[in-house]
Design a protein around this ligand. Structure first.
Ligand code: UN1
Length: 498
């Protein structure tokens, strides 16, 4: 029998082995007998090679007209469309989420690539009247140079594309370090980019650990920008590492997102939304609905209907079309979620309404399957109220009225996404104004962001930047103000215009 396929790093347009001669395995979380691939366990030397290649390629790539760069991205997008099914299956196998969701992930990469291809013909600046005669003023964007992307495992193709496509269309070159749990999806994307005409050195991929690959990338003086999605803890370290050189740093971190359900809400719609928001992607989304704040008048009604639906969720291998929720991505992720289930059970006053452990027996023994879990009567002060769990656990939190619901919603270190279920248009607009998050939904759960709107959050979720939409261009470029004096005389600003 043939063993699993071995995949290499991608540096200067070539597939190359790591200088370490060491590799690691990419394992299917639904069946640990299934080794999806063997990947390079790289170190500082590979990072150095990739940065050299990216720095060299930048000299030419920045001068390629942006519409031409866009034409390559159009071809990349069309190719992802063509290969969508293969890419989605690979992703379910390495990451675990169900096939309909990995198709969504690949679709998000398609949307982002088409969007940013279009930016090749926009990237608008402004023209501005000068305060002096015979003088012209305008603004233009300029690229930063080499941009580094450190990408997560929960959206293994979508999020790398959110970072790479805007960086490339602006004329930057890229080194990407995929999450060690999901390198195949980034490999697939980079392979397509190469085959569809991205020049050598413009996109480079180095696989390996955060310590051996991520840190040397972050600390290198040649790097103009780091874009990271992951935990707040690592984000803080990256931010500190970038500070001495004032390196551009874009961080997309944790969430503890809430759905607020008012007493006039359509309860069946709210149950559907909460189920999808809390347990889609096995709860492993930064945007997951991990707190459900419910008006006390409808608390019992909602809780009963919701728990019944949660109990009936079919959990298993995401490649099986009848399955609704896949496994946790890895053993360590499962253990961290199981830990929170234990913490929840021990919290004074919280009630375990369903779930609370892992599935065992039969096929479940080969994977990292956690139960969809709901805690009731959760209150501020409890750890499960405040801390991001990133797994199949959600909280039900009673609120006496709208004002208390808002207070509970904002009682949170994070500020990514929130939502309200109500039929009252006035209340919906008040909530839009009163909740301090980067994303807000009305009569929908906290997940489901589209690529042509800015994505990101407030407080400990981010550091003031946004991905996606034109806002992503801000991360990967700097403005230059240009003044052209065609008077042929010396004209002193602020002095000769009086
Ligand atoms: C994430 O959770 O890291 O809005 C990204 C959503 C998806 C993206 C989630 N479109 O849930």
């Amino acid at each position: 029998m043939r063993g699993p396929k071995a995949y290499k790093n991608f540096i200067k347009g070539e597939w190359v082995k790591s200088r370490t001669n060491k590799t690691f395995e990419d394992i299917n979380p639904a069946n640990t007998d299934d080794v999806v691939g063997i990947f390079q366990q790289s170190d500082q030397r590979d990072v150095n090679d990739a940065l050299n290649a990216a720095a060299e390629a930048y000299k030419k790539w920045r001068l390629v007209p942006a519409p031409k760069r866009g034409e390559i991205l159009y071809r990349v997008a069309q190719r992802i469309v063509k290969d969508k099914e293969r890419l989605s299956r690979d992703m379910t196998r390495e990451m675990g989420k169900v096939l309909v969701e990995t198709r969504g992930d690949v679709q998000e990469a398609i949307d982002m690539t088409f969007y940013m291809a279009g930016e090749g013909r926009r990237q608008f600046g402004q023209t501005i009247p000068s305060e002096l005669p015979e003088k012209y003023a305008m603004t233009m964007r300029q690229p930063l140079g080499v941009c580094v992307m450190i990408t997560p495992w929960n959206f293994p193709m979508a999020i790398p594309s959110w970072k790479m496509m805007p960086a490339l269309i602006m004329g930057n070159t890229v080194v990407v370090k995929p999450a060690t749990d999901t390198p195949l999806s980034v490999f697939n994307l980079v392979q397509i980019m190469h085959e569809e005409g991205i020049p050598a050195g413009v996109v480079n991929m180095v696989t390996g650990s955060g310590g051996a690959v991520g840190m040397p990338l972050i600390n290198d003086k040649r790097v103009g920008c780091i874009s990271f999605t992951g935990s707040t803890e690592i984000g803080r370290k990256i931010s500190e590492a970038c500070a001495p050189e004032f390196k551009h740093c874009h961080l997309e971190m944790g969430g503890k997102n809430c759905i607020m359900i008012m007493d006039d809400a359509n309860i069946d719609l709210a149950v559907d939304g909460a189920l999808w928001g809390a347990f889609g992607t096995t709860g492993q989304r930064c945007t997951a609905s991990s707190r459900i704040i419910i008006h006390k008048k409808v608390y019992n009604k909602f809780a009963a209907k919701f728990v019944e639906r949660v109990k009936s969720l079919k959990v298993g291998d995401g490649l099986d079309p009848s399955i609704q929720m896949g496994p946790a991505v890895s053993e360590s992720q499962m253990n961290s979620v199981l830990d929170y289930m234990r913490i929840g059970k021990e919290e004074d006053g919280a009630k375990l309404l369903c779930g609370g452990g892992r599935f065992t027996g039969g096929k479940y023994n080969k994977g990292w399957f956690t139960m969809p879990t709901v805690f009731g009567d959760v209150r501020p002060g409890m750890r499960i109220f405040h801390e991001e769990i990133f797994g199949s656990v959600t909280d039900l939190i009673p609120a006496k009225d709208y004002d208390e619901a808002i207070e509970l919603a904002n009682n949170c270190a994070y500020g990514l996404s929130a939502s309200i279920y109500t039929q009252d248009i006035n209340l919906a607009f008040r909530a839009m104004r009163d909740v301090y998050t980067g994303i807000f939904y009305v009569n929908a759960p906290t997940i489901g962001a589209e690529t042509h709107l800015p994505f990101g959050g407030t407080k400990h979720t981010g550091n003031g930047h946004r991905e996606a939409c034109v806002q992503a261009l801000e991360v990967f470029s700097e403005w230059k103000s240009v003044y052209v004096d065609f008077s042929g005389t010396i004209q002193r600003a602020q002095i000769d215009n009086i």
